[in-house]
Design a protein around this ligand. Structure first.
Ligand code: MG
Length: 241
């Protein structure tokens, strides 16, 4: 029987671009004020650079374009410390609330139907301070029993390392076949979970960085869903089919 459900964070429980755009705004506000530049132009250019060349060196390119002489590490700090107002995906909030009400699954026992309470966990990569800021902004501690930010242990412990999955099993005192890992990124979310023999679920939303990435079987999940509204059904399948 499934006892524990563990989630990835970025693009699984909320839209990561919301954080990225919010943090860009803080950087552009700072630059506009300090160098007397037009905020809207700076912000639009930042988004253009992101869309054209992806992440990495965005602030260098922005400063070059506007002839701004600023220490890039300052901008990176502003980006990382940005307190964006983030919201969970509607289906993620629904699932977490239903879980806390015990409405996700029923178990038959001698007294009839009993509501099942699940252990809930998060395993997330990314710079630790940034991930914890996101977790606080999303108020996830209200719902989640155990959160592992792999970066707290060091770069070697990021997914797909099996460490965090094993830590979850130890913490909740349950076997791998009693756990489901839900993520969005086949490059790293499911390899470690599969190695320890957890069930795996990939959520492919309408918008997401990895929606068109399909890899070798060892990287893919057991199930693919479009939103967490389908997760209840997956738990039923793992338990009974
Ligand atoms: Mg993710």
């Amino acid at each position: 029987m499934i006892k524990t459900i563990i989630f990835d964070l970025d693009d699984t429980l909320y839209r990561e671009r919301d954080f990225v755009y919010g943090a860009f705004k803080k950087v552009c506000e700072y630059l506009a004020l300090k160098f007397n530049k037009d905020y809207e132009k700076l912000y639009n250019s930042t988004i253009d650079i992101l869309n054209i060349q992806g992440r990495g060196r965005i602030f260098n390119m922005l400063c070059d374009k506007y002839n701004i002489n600023e220490d890039i590490s300052n901008l990176v700090d502003i980006y990382r410390n940005a307190k964006s107002s983030l919201t969970l995906y509607g289906d993620a909030l629904y699932f977490l609330e239903e879980c806390s009400l015990g409405n996700i699954a029923l178990e038959k026992n001698s007294l009839g139907n009993k509501r099942v309470e699940f252990n809930l966990g998060i395993i997330t990569d990314g710079k630790a301070s940034v991930q914890w800021n996101k977790i606080k902004a999303l108020k996830l501690q209200n719902y989640i029993d155990k959160i592992i930010v792999t970066d707290d242990y060091g770069l070697d412990y990021w997914k797909p390392n099996e460490f965090a999955y094993k830590e979850m099993m130890k913490y909740f005192n349950c076997e791998a076949e009693e756990c489901i890992y839900v993520g969005d990124n086949p490059n790293k979310d499911f390899i470690g979970a599969r190695k320890v023999h957890m069930h795996t679920v990939r959520v492919i939303r309408e918008i997401g960085d990895h929606m068109s990435t399909f890899l070798d079987e060892t990287y893919e999940a057991d199930f693919i869903i479009k939103s967490l509204y389908e997760l209840k059904n997956i738990i039923y399948k793992c338990n009974y089919l």
